[in-house]
Design a protein around this ligand. Structure first.
Ligand code: PLP
Length: 445
């Protein structure tokens, strides 16, 4: 078998190249033409990369008897993404009524949807139970009571997993670790038994089918996953020994990183998935437990590398200190990651890909009214006003975290496939923003 392509190890989308004009090409299309046709800023998603990432996960898990990839919708979600993933036959992790509604509108099979979140509303739980066999990942004891009471009202049975805090930390930024002991997500291990007692005392409204942990995001190492899997396997043993419970699912979360910069060395998707499957197998076999259904929840590593943001460079300004700013026509509103947790990116001049790199860097700054709105602090690009700037690795946590700061509309998003570019999210206009505004009559006088 040829080596499985794992797009998360590369900075650029799988289908990118440079044409004879020196322009960046993605999915067979010249990005200079795309910017002309659709305007900037523009979110570009490469379907080939998404498909390759999904295939790498599936291939990595293929030796495990029963598994399902749940794409973490929080990374990037819209109707077309749901349709695309549905066609690939994978599942979905959603964290809000909005994400769940989007999935249902795209005819996503309910039994492959898992509802997460640390503060699900009554409405969201109801929505999940009405949608069908959506699994609910319960985050706290009080949420368990709410799920049970809503299930009873509806005359349905809620199939739940419990999210546990394994006390394991991955090698990533503090804002995106979730498995440490003081995490706001999940139940402490010491609360597992009391909560399970409560589930058993409830009538058949709630059925506990599995355990879940997610240790964090943009992780490069495997060791924290081994620890987390062993901790969950111990919980399976304890629950069987103490309550006779035989849980059928283990959900190890997502979190595999992508290469944003040359120095990033994430584990390739295929190896991560294969490693997870092998470790779950050995961990459960060592404990003489049957293998549960294995769920993994990648978000960033499926959508991240597929995305490129195209910006038009505006004014250039050199300060007496020597610092040079090149301003982009977007910034923190379409990509809040640099200002939120100092995320680092790689950029290129899409219309002059072969331009030699200068010795001194410039700062690619956004157009928004915050000093911290800098997309790349030090970009070694000989870019000028009017150039088209491509920022790579923006497919995850950009569109989904975007805002209307400074009352600007969010960019359009296009999907590239087989030499075709199709809009999957329309550009917001000022009229779209005005549409939500209301003026009390008294202010009009
Ligand atoms: C429960 C859960 N699953 C999956 C993910 C996806 O993580 P990533 O995009 O890093 O793969 C997250 C991200 O925060 C999460 O909280």
């Amino acid at each position: 078998m040829p080596p499985v392509e794992s797009p998360n190890t590369k900075i650029r989308p799988s289908s990118s190249s440079i044409n004879d004009k020196g322009h960046l090409v993605i999915g067979g299309l010249d990005t200079v033409d795309l910017a002309e046709q659709f305007g900037t800023p523009l979110w570009v998603m490469d379907e080939t990369t998404i498909t390759a990432a999904v295939a790498a996960y599936k291939e990595g898990l293929s030796a495990y008897p029963d598994s399902l990839v749940l794409y973490a919708g929080k990374a990037f979600l819209c109707l077309s993404m749901c349709h695309l993933l549905r066609r690939h036959g994978i599942g979905l992790d959603v964290v809000s009524g909005g994400e769940l509604h989007t999935a249902c509108q795209a005819s996503f099979p309910a039994e492959n949807i898992y509802l997460h979140g640390n503060n699900k509303s009554e409405g969201e739980i109801r929505q999940a139970l009405i949608a069908g066999n959506v699994k609910i990942v319960v985050d706290s004891e009080s949420e368990l009571s709410l799920v049970a009471s809503i299930a009873r009202q509806l005359g349905r049975r809620a199939r739940i997993l419990l999210r546990l805090i394994p006390g394991v930390e991955p090698d990533t930024h503090q804002h995106i670790v979730t498995g440490h002991e003081e995490s706001k997500f999940g139940l402490a291990l010491t609360d597992l038994f009391p909560v399970v007692r409560k589930i058993i005392s409830l009538d058949s409204a709630v059925e506990l089918i599995g355990l879940h942990s997610h240790i964090g995001s943009q992780s490069h190492a495997m060791e924290p996953y081994w620890q987390m899997i062993d901790i969950l396997a111990d919980c399976f043993v304890d629950l069987q020994a103490s309550f006779g419970l035989r849980l059928s699912q283990i959900d190890v979360g997502g979190g595999l990183g992508i290469a944003y910069n040359d120095n990033d060395r994430p584990t390739p998707i295929y190896e991560w998935a294969k490693g997870i499957a092998e470790h779950v197998t050995s961990s459960f076999q060592q404990r003489c437990l049957p293998l549960p259904k294995l769920l993994v929840e990648p978000g960033r590593s499926i959508a991240g590398t597929a995305g490129v943001t195209l910006y038009r460079a505006g004014h250039k300004k050199r300060l007496p200190s020597g610092l040079t700013y090149l301003f982009l026509d977007g910034g923190m509103a379409d990509n809040p990651r640099p200002i939120t947790y100092d995320a680092r990116y790689t950029a290129a001049i899409a219309n002059r890909m072969n331009a030699p790199a200068p010795l001194t860097p410039l700062s690619l700054a956004g157009r928004y009214c915050e000093s911290g709105d800098i997309i790349i602090k030090e970009a070694f690009l000989s870019a000028e006003s009017g150039d088209l700037i491509a920022v790579f690795g923006t497919g995850a946590y950009n569109l989904s975290m975007a805002s209307n700061y400074n009352r600007t509309g969010r960019p359009a998003c296009i999907l590239l496939s087989a030499g075709k570019a199709e809009i999957i999210v329309e550009r917001e206009t000022v009229d779209d923003l005005l549409r939500q505004d209301r003026v009390p009559e008294r202010l009009l006088r």
